[in-house]
Design a protein around this ligand. Structure first.
Ligand code: NAD
Length: 250
C-alpha cells in the first residue's frame, strides 16, 4: 500500500541530500511531489530523476515572493497540498568571534526566515488533516564546536514548529520536527572545513555517533515519511524526531 497515495507534497531544498531522498521516496509512495531549489539545471535534473510527474520551482527561500509564487502554482495546479516539508538550509561552521553579520544573516535568512515565511504562505493551502515537517538539526539541542549561529537558526524553527502544532489545531494539521545528526550530503562540503581537514572532521563526527557512522539521506527520508504519512504518523504531533544514530545522547 502506498502511504502517500493522492497526496500533494512540497519539499523545499528537494534537489539535493535529505530533501531529494524524501522527494524520491514520497513520489514512490504515491505523492504528487513539488520540489524547490535554487538552481534551474539541478532542479530540472532532479525532477527527471524523481519522475511520477514531479514538478520543480526555482527560487530562494529567503525571498518572500518565491513563497507566494510557489503557493500560486500549488493552488492553480493542485488546489492545495497535504504535506509541506520545510527543509532547505545552509551551514557554515565559524567560531562566534569570527562570525560576520553576513554569515549571521545568511543562516537566519535561509534556515529561519525561509521556514517561517514558507509556512505563512503555504499553510493556508494545506488541506485539513495535512502536516508540516520542519527540518531542524541535532545542533539545536546539542552543543557542537563552531555551530553557534547555525544552532540558533535551527533552534528557532523547532520553536516555531511547536507553536504551529497548537496554532493549526483547529485544522488538524500536524507539525513535527525532523532533527538529523550528521548525514552524508552535499552540505558537508559547505561547512567551511577545508578539503584537507574533511576526512579528519568526518571521522571525528562518526566517532561521536553511537552508530559509528554518519547517516544516509534515505534514512532521513524514511523518518520524514513516517511523520508525513497518515498510515504511521497519524497520532504524532509536535515531536522532535532525532534521527542521528544516538548522537543526541553521546
Ligand atoms: P544539501 O546541501 O544537500 O541540501 C540543502 C538544500 O537546501 C539544497 O537543495 C539547496 O539548494 C537548498 N537551499 C539552500 N539554501 C537555499 C535557499 N536560500 N533557497 C532555496 N533553497 C536553498 O544538505 P542536506 O544535508 O540535505 O540539508 C537538508 C536540511 O537538513 C538542511 O536544513 C540542513 O541544515 C539539515 N541538516 C543536515 C544535516 C547533515 O548532516 N546533512 C544535519 C542536520 C541538519
Amino acid at each position: 500500500m502506498q502511504q502517500l497515495k493522492d497526496k500533494v507534497a512540497v519539499i523545499t531544498g528537494g534537489n539535493s541530500g535529505i530533501g531529494k531522498a524524501a522527494a524520491l521516496l514520497f513520489a514512490q509512495e504515491g505523492a504528487q511531489v513539488i520540489i524547490t531549489g535554487r538552481r534551474q539545471d539541478v532542479v530540472d535534473e532532479t525532477v527527471g530523476e524523481i519522475g511520477h510527474d514531479a514538478i520543480g520551482v526555482v527560487g530562494d527561500v529567503s525571498d518572500l515572493e518565491h513563497h507566494k509564487k510557489l503557493a500560486e502554482i500549488v493552488k492553480t495546479r493542485f488546489g492545495g497540498l497535504d504535506v509541506y516539508m520545510a527543509n532547505a538550509g545552509v551551514i557554515n561552521l565559524t567560531a562566534s568571534g569570527k562570525v560576520t553579520p553576513e554569515d549571521y544573516d545568511r543562516h537566519f535568512a535561509t534556515n529561519t526566515r525561509g521556514v517561517f515565511f514558507g509556512v505563512q504562505a503555504l499553510a493556508p493551502l494545506i488541506r485539513d488533516g495535512g502536516n508540516i515537517i520542519v527540518t531542524s538539526s541535532l545542533a539545536a539541542t546539542k552543543v557542537l564546536p563552531d555551530h553557534t549561529v547555525y544552532a540558533g537558526s535551527k533552534a528557532a524553527v523547532a520553536a516555531f514548529a511547536k507553536n504551529w502544532a497548537i496554532e493549526f489545531k483547529p485544522r488538524k494539521i500536524r507539525v513535527n520536527i525532523l532533527s538529523p545528526g550528521p548525514v552524508e550530503t552535499e552540505i558537508l562540503g559547505k561547512l567551511g572545513v577545508s578539503e584537507a581537514n574533511r576526512p579528519a572532521f568526518e571521522d571525528y563526527m562518526a566517532s561521536l555517533i553511537p552508530a559509528g557512522r554518519m547517516g544516509r539521506p534515505v534514512e532521513l527520508a524514511r523518518a520524514a515519511l513516517f511523520l508525513a504519512s497518515d498510515v504511521a504518523g497519524s497520532f504524532v504531533n509536535g515531536i522532535e524526531l532525532h534521527v542521528d544514530g544516538g548522537m543526541t545522547l553521546a
